[in-house]
Design a binder for this molecule. Structure first.
Ligand code: DSN
Length: 417
């Protein structure tokens, strides 16, 4: 009999194996519009689930605490070199376990508790770790928040300048999780330079677009850039920090030993694979298609009466304000999910509802684009979404849309599963 240590998942734990199969089926059969999700390529998944899982590697290549690092050092160095070539950064740390730990490491590198920092407010599209009150970053630091203009939902750079001049933050954060427009990194850099702040660009959502050349890069403008690696970049679940050479030591020390122990080496290998893919012309075409698809989806929704924050999109992301449809975001997101269209409810700027029961839904095209869908499919998706949001409690509509979603998905096999 095979030892339990050598049994497959299906043999040893059919309960968990079955749940993973079910999740695969869900990912195959649904239209995944969560803006931060994607389908990691097969080779990335393979690297993540490899023997590298078994190795501890505190430290950095050539300077580790445990023996047996000859392979891991090469893996980490390759990941860094490939990412440097993609992003043109002077220094890269690939060890942060995800986006929030990457951001926390930046705080740890440059700030003391009580220091003033500044970031985009969560309800205007920022991230928790940009100084929101319930995050450690909003309680350990004096967080000043800027927003978007009520008239056009765009970042008000004059307000950023005014607040930065008044508060002189140690860190000025730019970047967002729910901002459908291009971020003007040059303007942020000017402001940071003038007030003496370190500019940190969190490009978690758009790193694939930056790598593919369809969103301006903050590298060379922001002294520090953070990102997750699994969103539009289509790599493993992880994080990274890019920075000017002058900050390399501080950032590395903040990640390890400051904040983390051993890196997840399988993830590092997966990131190296994703970086290899990101350097190709195919990836550039993919990034362009993400934006083309988001524009097509936005147009299709607006033609059907949806109101979009800022009136459209420049990137991979769309924020719908459902107030005029009289359907709360959560009700819409739940009905859409039942019909096989998966997104998340989301606050919209100046939302009158609560963050847990907001007025909007957030959509993104990285995952559907990975399936090979194009503008024609985006229009079909917009039509199906309209059907559901117009009748979120009508079981017959939900069931009809569910069938149409299955049919659409069947024509565009999901990669990496
Ligand atoms: N959870 C991510 C998102 O969905 O945008 C941010 O960390």
């Amino acid at each position: 009999m095979t030892s339990p240590l050598n049994q497959t998942l299906a043999q040893l734990d059919p309960e968990i194996g079955g749940l993973i199969d079910r999740e695969g089926q869900r990912q195959r059969d649904s239209l995944r519009l969560i803006a931060s999700e994607n389908y990691a390529p097969t080779a990335v998944m393979e690297a993540c689930g490899s023997v590298l899982n078994n190795k501890y590697s505190e430290g950095y290549a050539g300077k580790r605490y445990y023996e047996g690092q000859e392979v891991v050092d090469e893996v980490e160095t390759l990941a860094i070199d490939r990412l440097k070539a993609v992003f043109g950064a002077e220094h890269i740390n690939v060890q942060p376990l995800s986006g929030s730990p990457a951001n926390l490491a930046v705080y740890y590198a440059f700030c003391k508790p009580g220091d003033t920092i500044m970031g985009l407010s969560l309800d205007a599209g920022g991230h928790l770790t940009h100084g929101w009150s319930v995050s450690i970053t909003g309680s350990f630091f004096n967080a000043v928040r800027y927003g978007v203009r009520e008239s056009d939902h765009l970042i008000d750079y004059d307000e950023v300048y005014r607040l930065a001049k008044e508060h002189k933050p140690k860190l000025l954060w730019c970047g967002a999780t729910a901002y459908p427009r291009v971020v003007d990194f040059s303007r942020f850099a000017e402001i940071a330079r003038e007030v003496g702040s370190i500019l940190v660009a969190d490009i978690a959502h758009i790193s694939g677009l930056v790598a593919g050349g369809v969103h301006p890069s903050p590298v060379g403008l922001a002294e520090v850039v953070t990102s997750t690696t699994h969103k539009s970049f289509r790599g493993p679940r992880g994080g990274m920090i890019l920075c000017d050479a002058v900050h390399a030591k501080r950032i590395d020390r903040a990640v390890f030993p400051g904040l983390q122990g051993g890196p997840h080496n399988g993830t590092t290998a997966g990131l190296a694979v994703a970086a290899k893919l990101a350097a190709t012309d195919d990836f550039k075409a993919y990034a362009r298609q993400i934006v083309t698809n988001a524009t097509a989806l936005a147009d299709g929704l607006m033609r059907r009466g949806f109101s979009l924050v800022s009136g459209g999109t420049d990137n991979h992301l769309i924020l719908c304000d459902l107030t005029n449809q009289g359907v709360p975001g959560k009700v819409a997101a739940h009905a859409l999910n039942r019909a096989g269209i998966v997104c998340n409810s989301n606050s919209v700027p100046f939302d009158k509802r609560t963050p847990f029961d907001p007025s909007g839904i957030r959509l993104g095209t990285p995952a559907l684009t990975s399936r090979g869908m194009g503008p024609a499919e985006m229009d079909k998706v917009a039509a199906l979404m309209h059907d559901v949001v117009s009748a979120p409690e009508n079981e017959a509509v939900l069931s009809r849309v569910r069938g149409a979603v299955r049919e659409l998905c069947a024509g565009f096999p999901a990669p990496g599963l």
